[in-house]
Design a protein. Structure first.
Length: 194
């Protein structure tokens, strides 16, 4: 996971809008042909830009890791390939969230999504693109639900795993501006029920 050296790392202010601007790390150059990753964050608010940047940093790290794992193991169905698929799915979720949408599989989008929501996703992909600079494959997969959910071998989830899922994904926004001491206190009240 990338450690940010300062609070505005990978953020670039262009006009009045914030953008995510990151060089592809040297250790991933052979799996990702891009030199830079550039994404408009669609906000003028620095705090919102930082939250979206954090999601994109996590998504890019997971994506590059999945590319490396897939390259090392090929398409075999072993633990490493499954880990790569899980990382790719996590990356798509984080990337969709950073663009202001909840990730949904293509089947769900096609069956139950409103036409306006689907059109917003497509317009966001088309915005700022040209034949020379098409939208990135990662953004297209994330916004249009093209990444399959990883298949779990056993569906037995422990209470501890479910609680960790609650902390990391479901109640993430409740903990966002809390200090470590406040997080500990908030989490302690939840842990007593386990």
């Amino acid at each position: 996971m990338t450690v940010l050296r300062h609070s505005d790392q990978f953020l670039l202010l262009r006009g009045e809008r914030w953008h995510y601007h990151r060089r592809v790390p040297a250790k991933f150059k052979h799996v990702d042909p891009r030199t830079f990753v550039r994404v408009g964050l669609d906000t003028e608010v620095l705090k919102v830009a930082r939250m979206r940047r954090d999601a994109l940093v996590e998504a890019d790290d997971a994506y590059w890791t999945s590319l490396l794992l897939a390259e090392v193991e090929g398409d075999s169905a072993n633990d490493t390939a499954k880990a790569a698929a899980a990382k790719r799915y996590e990356s798509a979720n984080a990337r969709a969230m950073a663009r202001g949408f909840a990730y949904a599989p293509a089947e769900t989008l096609g069956a139950s999504a409103e036409l306006a929501d689907l059109m917003q996703r497509i317009q966001l992909l088309e915005w700022g693109t040209s034949p020379a600079h098409p939208p990135s494959m990662q953004d297209a997969e994330a916004l249009l639900g093209a990444v399959p959910a990883p298949v779990a071998e056993d569906d037995k989830t422990t209470v501890s795993e479910a609680f960790q899922l609650y902390l990391d994904e479901i109640a993430f926004d409740e903990q966002y501006n809390k200090s470590p001491k406040q997080k500990y206190s908030w989490e302690k009240t939840k842990r007593t029920s386990i």
